[in-house]
Design a protein around this ligand. Sequence first.
Ligand SMILES: Nc1ncnc2c1ncn2[C@@H]1O[C@H](COP(=O)(O)OP(=O)(O)OP(=O)(O)O)[C@@H](O)[C@H]1O
Length: 679
Amino acid sequence: MRKINITVYKKNGLHVRMAAGLIVRLQELVKDQEILTSIHVEYKNRCVQVTNMLALVSLRIRQGEEFTLVFQQDVPASVLQEIKDYLETVEYEDNKEAETDRLLMENSVIFQEAIANLPNGMVVVNSENIIIYVNEAATKLFEMSQEELLSRRADEVIPHSKLKEVIDLGETQFAEKQKLKNYTILANRAPIFYNDKIIGAVSIIQDISDIEKLHFELKKERELQERLNLVLESVTDLIALTDDNGNFTYMNVQMEQLLSHLELRCFIQEMVSKAEWEEIKVKQQSLVKVMRFSNKESYILKIKPLLLDEEFRGVVVSLSPYNEIKELLKKLEVMEQRTKYLEQELSKHMKLDEAFQTIIGNSEILLDTLSMANKVSKTDATVLITGESGTGKELVARAIHLSGKRKEAPFIRVNCAAIPPNLIESELFGHEKGAFTGAYKDHQGKFELANNGTIFLDEIGDLPLDIQVKLLRVLQEREIERVGGTKTIRLNVRIIAATHRDLIQMIEEGKFREDLYYRLHVIPILLPPLRNRKDDIPLLVDHFRKQFNEKLEKNINEYESGFLEALGCYHWPGNIRELENIMERVMTLTDGTVLSLSDLPQYILNQQDPTIPLKISGDILLFEEYEKQIYEHAAKYYPSYNQLAKALGLTHKTVAAKLRKYGIEDELGKKYQQVGEFS
Ligand SMILES: Nc1ncnc2c1ncn2[C@@H]1O[C@H](COP(=O)(O)OP(=O)(O)OP(=O)(O)O)[C@@H](O)[C@H]1O
């Protein structure tokens, strides 16, 4: 490498003509192109190729200043001397020459400055696609320094540069959008012609990053606007926007249609009074009211103020068809009621306490009763359980006791029907020694035994009237006196009573005290007869099959086809107790593992179709004939007028009178007797 320092003595420094002269001389002296392009000029930390005239001139080396000429490869000393002599020649031959150089230089500087200060980037290449000029805006966009770009092939340093293409084809390229690392640019490229020859190309680059961003934001805004329009057009409500004077600036199609239909223009003024509008505007308050238009249609009008930076800018008006909303509200109300009902039903059928799990059955009617009993078990209220014989009254009474807080205390059952009337008082309330003949020692009554627990007064309807009076006192005072005793014993006993009798009828007949009835009837629980919940029969049959398998040590696990159906057809006057007895009987008699139809008692098989064979074919009979048939059929299954009346949903009086009228009193309980005999 060789370096020579040169001082410029010419008046105009290293001016345009001198730079051109230097290049021409070097081209004459150094024929090898490679050596030629390796020669550089170093000046004030800048370094440019000597053959890049534009760059050379742009160094603006002034008179008296020094620069270095760097030769990368060896050149003859004569060449160096000749160049040094040329550059250091001091005097102009004449002033005109100096003036010409000044003009040329001035012109060049003006153009350089103009281009350097362009907001757009500019890159100039020579015919070899070597970058010979790049302005500051371009270096910013490419994020490279002038040194990194100058004298390099454009297609090597500039991403996607197409200047080579422009030079080869001689065609201009307009506004091509390109993405750089951090900028988006538009590039215009054109070939540079001189004497019909392409001597290079220029690229003007415009930074459109901000415009792009703006365009993107605008696009997003437009998209949002379109979505909003779509929403506003799709809703059933009629919607409009106004400016701060109440003039419409937007309305959806639905609103447009209504307005044109009503031939309304100054809509807001038609809908709100001046005072209302002031209220909305000044106090920035919403308004809701029902509007009735001339076409008789009613709408709910809502006006909401539109505030931008807390400044009133107009209102949003919406109209909702009133009738539709009314309809919807009605539907909602119905739905709410349904939900409430379903919730109630659900809560009824929610899992019952464990004590109630022994009561088999899934029918609605039974579950209703059990859920009531379950609730009552959590209180101390007196309970009266009614229902036909064998429906499970005692079972329910025990479950109430066992799921209540008294479960650890005694549950004392008293069968009022089974105790001789002369002993009943002493049985219930106890006696003192010597109170009557045979009272050898003090005796605790059932009430005392049940203290802190529950007393279950079964068959309460069979209690003699005098005892009813005493029981009433116990219910009121919660205290007893033993027979023959003088002291009062305070008790804490829960009372559950049960009966299969019709107590109301007994009151009418003077056999049961009304005041006692109402004392007992605080919480009535009515157990349904089995015939009213036949869906439970298969469950009950299965329950008893398992129970008796254990008791009888059998392994019966199948039913002959028709077995369950036969039981389902029977009307079960003896209810579950009867079913339990029949299951015990058939299981005792069965040898194998299958319960067969033939093992069932004849009266059950005979009753498979309990439907009444009403003679309605052929001639139509008198209504009374049909009525008689119904009474004849039903009376057989019930042992009393009372039970028959209940089954038919009539009063005791009516059924008694009808049976008398048709002369069929003897039919009463005929088939019930058969059951009775069996069980
Ligand atoms: N739902 C049921 N699930 C299982 N067994 C039941 C059910 N209901 C009743 N039973 C059984 O039926 C028989 C009769 O029930 P319970 O004695 O409770 O009836 P009751 O209504 O008190 O009869 P009565 O009025 O004759 O005293 C009992 O063996 C009982 O276990």
